[in-house]
Design a protein around this ligand. Structure first.
Ligand code: PNS
Length: 162
C-alpha cells in the first residue's frame, strides 16, 4: 500500500524528554505524517500547562517538517479517527513498560480494530529517563542536562526558581 500513513504519538509530555524526542525522530522517518498529541488530562496535577508543553514540543520538533503538535481530550481512538490516523505510536523502554502498554494497545484495538499500535524503542542511552523522574530531580535542584532538550531544561529551571 503506497498510502501516506498518518501516526499519532500520544502522551502527557510533562515535560518532553530526550527519550520522547528520540522516538519522534525515529517515527518521523517511518511515517508520512506524525502528530504528537498532548493529553489534556484534568485529573493530574501537571508541572507544565498543556499550552507550555505544546509550545516546547513545537520548538523542539520544528526541524521535522512531517511532525505536528496538537492537544487532545477524550478517547485517543476518537482523536486518531478524526485525524485519519492508522497508527498509534508508543515507546517501550523496558519490560516494565510492557504490561501497561499492552493493556492500552489491546483496549484501543477493542475500541477501534482499524487502528494499529506500533511500539518503538528509544536509544539505549534514554531507557532510564521518564518525565516523572525528570520532574522530581529538577524540583529537588538536581541536574537534568542531557535528559531533556536544552529548551526544556531552561523552562524547568525557571519553573523551579519561580
Ligand atoms: O505519557 P502517558 O501519560 O503514558 O500517556 C498516556 C496516554 C495519553 C497515551 C493515555 O492515557 C491515553 O491515551 N489517554 C486518553 C484516554 C483514552 O483513550 N483512554 C483509553 C486508552 S486505553
Amino acid at each position: 500500500m503506497s498510502q501516506r500513513v498518518v501516526a499519532v504519538y500520544p502522551g502527557s509530555f510533562d515535560p518532553l524528554t530526550n527519550g520522547h524526542l528520540d522516538l519522534i525522530e525515529r517515527g518521523s522517518k517511518i511515517f508520512g505524517e506524525l502528530i504528537v498529541a498532548v493529553l489534556h488530562n484534568r485529573d493530574k496535577d501537571p508541572l507544565f500547562s498543556v499550552d507550555e508543553r505544546v509550545e516546547m514540543l513545537r520548538e523542539a520538533t520544528h526541524h521535522m517538517p512531517n511532525v505536528s503538535v496538537d492537544r487532545f481530550d477524550g478517547l485517543l481512538v476518537d482523536y486518531a479517527v478524526r485525524k485519519q490516523a492508522r497508527v498509534i505510536l508508543r515507546g517501550v523502554r523496558a519490560i516494565s513498560d510492557y504490561e501497561y502498554e499492552m493493556q492500552m494497545a489491546l483496549m484501543n484495538r477493542k475500541l477501534d480494530a482499524n487502528l494499529e499500535t506500533v511500539f518503538m524503542m528509544p536509544a539505549v542511552a534514554y531507557t532510564f529517563i521518564s518525565s516523572r523522574l525528570v520532574r522530581e530531580v529538577a524540583q529537588l535542584g538536581g541536574d537534568v542536562r542531557g535528559l531533556v532538550p536544552p529548551l526544556v531544561e531552561a523552562r524547568l529551571r525557571a519553573k523551579v526558581e519561580s
